[in-house]
Design a protein around this ligand. Structure first.
Ligand code: ATP
Length: 452
């Protein structure tokens, strides 16, 4: 039975908008680019920062049971022996004997090269960790790895956090940072790259309460995407079957998103039991247990891990926001970002470049940018400027005209409905804050009116 699939946008449209408007560029493009590495441009960096800030706000700042850390990317090499990455973090690699392309054999539906149909070699295991050398001598003893996940930086700091924060179980440690994987097959724009960012939490709980906390985090993380504006019908939970689970994992769900190439993992939530702390205790010789004051006994906490990709989230937010409609008889591309995610919150648009009007509009701009990321745009017709802001997803535009000089009022236009209100400048900041927090554009402040 075929499943009905909601519509989504072409990846090409997203890639081209990102390039055209300065969200994301290929890395080192003037040298021909570097496969699967990407640079975030002026709008992309704001978008990405907003995604990370929204996550940090929800996961750390608004919770009593969470603290953050920022561990280094290079870690003691034993970390990766203990975690199992040196022995086990590998994918099966096959080469095409004809065109020499390389593939992950578990990605292939048939045993032949997807590019040319050629014969493939036997699979061999390929470790995905990037190696580098620490210090001036390139020898085996100085090998270190670029971390393939941020999680291990959390586990090795478990005792440090416990000793310095007085946190009691259950509590979590959160981290956002770069990870590196020498992926065999990359692609689908920023979905899978070799350098990416993760947002991870290790949530430590008493054994026996882990199932309950696991269910809690699966729901919590699913709901976060909806709260930040992703359409519910574009999200799905998928439980791993027993054969997919890592040997130590007790359960795992993926939050899947309907990307242009189909449903794929956005975030994984795993019940990792006591595997990680146990391994690090064993390999470091340090005790990583927890003294339960109530029961007066030492226990080995279990851990629930919600692990999300920043870049994959950025891609999901871009895809989900993309829309096309008609404005004043013309096709309009509009990015319907949640205001918390939108790179630019407000644009100030003076109707003319004439000096006295520009000076007045710049004062408004200077005042607003103390609160938000605001853009000032005085180039071309007002219609063209609205279209430009719609295309980068700016929720609100403030238009300053000659009448504003007289009546000290400005027009506020909303991106989605294109409705406009005219309000006193003295009410502007408060009104913009209310609209960005979700209030209807037509709720008027004192002295405001619906504009034609
Ligand atoms: P996949 O099966 O897609 O390779 P994974 O199951 O190996 O992902 P995890 O190790 O669970 O991924 O990492 C957690 C999250 O980190 C993923 O859900 C994803 O959002 C992100 N992530 C992992 N690998 C990459 C990558 N190569 N590029 C971008 N994001 C990634």
């Amino acid at each position: 039975m075929s499943e009905s699939v909601p519509e989504t946008v072409d990846m090409d449209k997203i890639v081209s908008l990102c390039r055209r408007r300065g969200f994301i560029f290929p890395s080192s493009e003037i040298y021909g680019g570097l496969s699967s590495c990407w640079d975030y441009g002026p709008l992309g960096v704001e978008l990405k920062r907003n995604v990370k800030d929204a996550w940090w706000q929800a996961m750390v700042r608004e919770r009593d049971d969470m603290v953050g850390i920022d561990a280094s990317i290079l870690m003691h090499p034993q970390t990766w022996v203990a975690s199992g990455h040196v022995d086990g973090f590998a994918d099966p690699l096959v080469d095409c004997k004809n065109c020499r392309m390389r593939w992950r054999s578990d990605d292939l539906a048939e045993n032949k090269c997807p590019a040319c149909g050629g014969e493939l070699t036997e699979p061999r295991m390929f470790n995905l960790m990037f190696k580098t050398f620490m210090g001036p001598v390139e020898e085996q003893a100085s090998v270190v790895y670029l971390r393939p996940e941020t999680a291990q930086g959390i586990f090795v700091n478990f005792q440090n956090v416990l000793n310095t924060t007085r946190k009691r179980l259950p509590f979590g440690i959160a981290q956002i940072g770069k990870s590196f994987r020498n992926e065999i097959t990359v692609g689908n724009f920023i979905f899978r790259s070799r350098e990416f960012e993760q947002m991870e939490v290790e949530y430590f709980v008493k054994p026996g309460t882990d199932k309950e906390w696991f269910d809690y985090w699966v729901q919590e993380r699913f709901n976060w995407y909806i709260k930040m504006g992703i359409k519910k019908e574009h999200l799905k939970l998928r439980q791993h079957d027993k054969t997919e689970l890592a040997h130590y994992a007790l359960d795992c769900y993926d939050v899947n998103y309907l990307f242009p190439m189909g449903w794929a993992e956005l975030e994984g939530i795993a019940n990792r039991g006591d595997f990680d702390l146990g391994q690090h205790a064993k390999y470091s010789g340090k005790s990583l247990d927890y003294f339960d004051e109530e029961a007066k006994e030492h226990i080995n906490p279990y851990v629930i891990e919600p692990s999300a990709g920043v870049d994959r989230s950025v891609l999901a937010f871009l895809v989900d926001a993309y829309d096309e409609d008609v404005a004043e008889g013309e096709k309009r591309v509009v990015m319907r970002f949640h205001p918390g995610i939108a790179p630019i919150k407000v644009a100030v648009l003076p109707l003319s470049r004439k000096e006295h009007l520009a000076a007045f509009a710049k004062e408004i701009y200077a005042d607003l940018r103390r609160h938000w990321m605001v853009q000032y745009d005085d180039a071309q017709s007002i219609g063209r400027r609205y279209r430009r802001q719609d295309e980068i997803g700016t929720p609100l535009c403030v238009t300053v005209d000659f009448q504003s000089l007289e009546d000290k009022q400005v027009t506020v236009r909303e991106r989605d409905s294109m409705k406009q209100i005219r309000i006193p400048i003295s009410e502007l900041q408060k009104t913009l804050a209310a609209k960005l927090a979700g209030e209807d554009i037509l709720v008027l402040p004192p002295g405001g009116q619906v504009w034609k």
